[in-house]
Design a protein around this ligand. Structure first.
Ligand SMILES: *Cc1c(COP(=O)(O)O)cnc(C)c1O
Length: 424
């Protein structure tokens, strides 16, 4: 599928006059249409709820948009819980799918009405001690081990993942939790990441629904929800086909009718914790070409770096690049597109054919709406960029300003003799 930026060159130029590059830009229209399609695809399930994986794009303005479609928040840290609460999440709107969790985070989650999703059986006494009792509504994360396969394709390797409980442990956990007063149970699993196939969710649903039926039968615990978590992917590369959320929702419904309904569990709610699927395609990193270098290879240096988007450096991930205004020119120049870090992996693209890039050209790096800005760091003392929302009506607004040197030095503020000198 041909990849086109969601913003025109004229609009970008208008934005850049006010806010210098680099910045992440988000597409309100795309976010809304996609969230509405997800809601519709699962509307057959009365209790359906998406808990947006806040870590993907932790920005209150974006979380607010998703709230219009009934979304809650999936959190995994104290600050994410704080953000969810500030965004108006209340009882039942927060899923806390954390791991290796400090006790104060369990307490805070419970205090603000979040649902604790236990990553391990040993967390039962840990939560009981931290909170003082076992909450009535509680979830357990499952890890069946082995490889997760669709037909003969290996999707991922749960047996190698640090998350979740084994089959024996989750049965034991349910018995213990029930005995300690838990009343509404959930199960959760995340078995494959960034899947670009409509089969992942239905396959996962089959595993989870069968487990739910067995758990309820054998432990007597009342299952209220099955949480299919994240993992629905997006087509980063132009040769991938996007998932069809309607087909996915219908696939899950079929398995629900086959497994849950005959077991008398037709009232169980489906939960999701999508991050990438909710935001990924609806964000891009806007950057400017500032250097060209002709040595053993041809390099284009841009004003963004891995601090703004870490996925290529960290995973070798492909992110499509459009040179604005040159969409119809032939991609006949072979480039490495680099950032400025003193790290040779700071490259947004390696051996990529693009139209000839001239200094001052604006490059749009696609699909940075999830796990983009949020993975940022401050290596080399580089500052994080602004985030801007392209609104549905075509206007735009700043939804996070760019970091300043003052922000970067702020943690020295308890040493005035050092801090003041840094800011001179
Ligand atoms: C990261 C994560 C998600 C979101 O994953 P996506 O691939 O972005 O959909 C959901 N749940 C948990 C527990 C996660 O760690």
């Amino acid at each position: 599928m041909k990849k086109k930026p969601f913003v025109t060159q004229e609009k970008l130029q208008e934005i850049i006059r006010e806010f210098p590059t680099p910045f992440h830009l988000y597409d309100e229209k795309g976010i809304r249409e996609n969230a509405a399609a997800l809601k519709e695809a699962f509307s057959w399930n009365k209790g359906f709820k998406e808990f947006f994986a806040v870590k993907a794009t932790p920005n209150p303005f974006l979380i607010d948009i998703l709230k219009d479609y009934g979304c809650g928040c999936d959190c995994s840290s104290m600050t994410e819980l704080m953000m969810a609460k500030a965004c108006g999440c209340s009882d039942g709107d927060i899923m806390f799918s954390s791991n290796d969790t400090p006790d104060e985070e369990f307490c805070y989650c419970h205090e603000i009405g979040g649902i604790i999703n236990l990553d391990d059986i040993t967390h039962i006494p840990f939560v009981e001690k931290a909170v003082g009792y076992i909450p009535e509504t509680i979830s357990c994360r499952y890890n069946p081990g082995g490889l997760f396969k669709i037909s003969n394709d290996i999707m991922d390797n749960p047996g190698d993942a640090k998350y979740g409980m084994t089959t024996d442990q989750i049965f034991e956990a349910f018995r213990i939790l029930k005995q300690k007063g838990a009343k509404n149970f959930g199960i959760h699993a995340f078995l494959a990441s960034n899947t670009v196939t409509n089969e992942y969710y239905p396959m996962l649903a089959k595993v989870m629904f069968e487990l739910a039926v067995k758990l309820q039968k054998e432990t007597g615990a009342h299952i209220s929800f099955v949480n299919l978590s994240g993992g629905i992917g997006i087509p980063y590369s132009p040769d991938q086909e996007p998932n069809d959320i309607r087909v996915i929702g219908e696939g899950v419904r079929k398995v629900f009718e086959e497994v849950m309904v005959p077991a008398g569990m037709g009232d169980v709610a489906i939960y999701t914790e999508l991050g990438r699927f909710m935001m990924g395609p609806y964000g891009c990193l806007v950057t400017k070409a500032i250097h060209e270098k002709h040595t053993h290879k041809e390099y284009i240096g841009v004003d963004a770096c891995a601090v703004n988007l870490m996925r290529p450096a960290m995973y070798g991930a492909y992110h499509h690049i459009t040179v604005m205004g040159k969409e119809h020119e032939p991609g006949d120049h072979l480039y490495d597109v680099t950032g400025s870090l003193c790290e040779n992996n700071d490259k947004f693209a390696i051996d990529r054919y693009l139209p000839k890039v001239d200094m001052g050209d604006i490059l749009v790096i696609h699909d940075t709406g999830a796990h983009g800005f949020s993975m940022g760091y401050n290596y080399n003392g580089k500052l994080k960029s602004a985030e801007i929302l392209l609104c549905e009506d075509g206007s735009y607004k700043l939804i996070r300003r760019a970091e300043t040197a003052k922000d970067y030095f702020a943690t020295f503020d308890c040493f005035p003799e050092v801090y003041d000198k840094l800011l001179q």
